[in-house]
Design a protein around this ligand. Sequence first.
Ligand SMILES: N[C@@H](CCC(=O)N[C@@H](CS)C(=O)NCC(=O)O)C(=O)O
Length: 228
Amino acid sequence: MGNKDVKVVSFWVSPFVKRVEWALKLKGVDYEYIEEDIYNKSPLLLELNSVTKKVPVLVHNHKPIVESFIILEYIDETWNQYPLLPHHPHERALARFWANFAERKLLDIAWVAMCSSGNEQEKAVNIAREAMEKIEEEIKGKKFFGGEYIGFLDIALGWISYWLPVFEEVGSMQIIDSSKHSATIAWMNNFLSHPVIKESLPPRDKTLAYFHTRRKALLSTFQGFFKD
Ligand SMILES: N[C@@H](CCC(=O)N[C@@H](CS)C(=O)NCC(=O)O)C(=O)O
């Protein structure tokens, strides 16, 4: 049964929404899942998030919170069990830094790479590969970014384990290189093997079909993206 005080306005294939669901599940917080049609937005979404009109929206005690990283921090501050961010301020700062770095240099850019072709795609793939190198250095020698357990940074970067290979397949491109990114690949396997993660992923065939459709729709959008 869903917890009436906690609702997540969601979209089934959204990696941003999954972060919120993963955090709540890891903390054992019950929530009500509300599926949104992001192509025909409901009055509820427009009321809860009139600024960006995007999901996820976490609604706690009737108050909305938006933006997945901000929601993660809110969840961590509100429910103390299973801490997500590290305890030490410097480690917390580093976790936030890497989350933002990966979002701008890997997620945003891998999206451009998936939705482009030719020179544009080549440039995007190169930037994404550089970011991947840095992430590889960060995860070396650790089971999870959070140490022995899945933490904030694992959740923030979790999309890499499932959505990035889909983006690669849809865009016919390669960002993850098994000869260079073995630590990242080991982390991906550890992450995907965790019961909370494993049980909450969208079906791969449906996910692939969805992003193929997005690529077709957006193919011309990113032309000239890297020009001044
Ligand atoms: N930076 C946001 C991104 C959220 C986002 O892009 N959500 C998508 C779904 S995957 C959305 O709601 N798109 C609707 C739109 O752009 O109008 C976050 O981390 O929460």
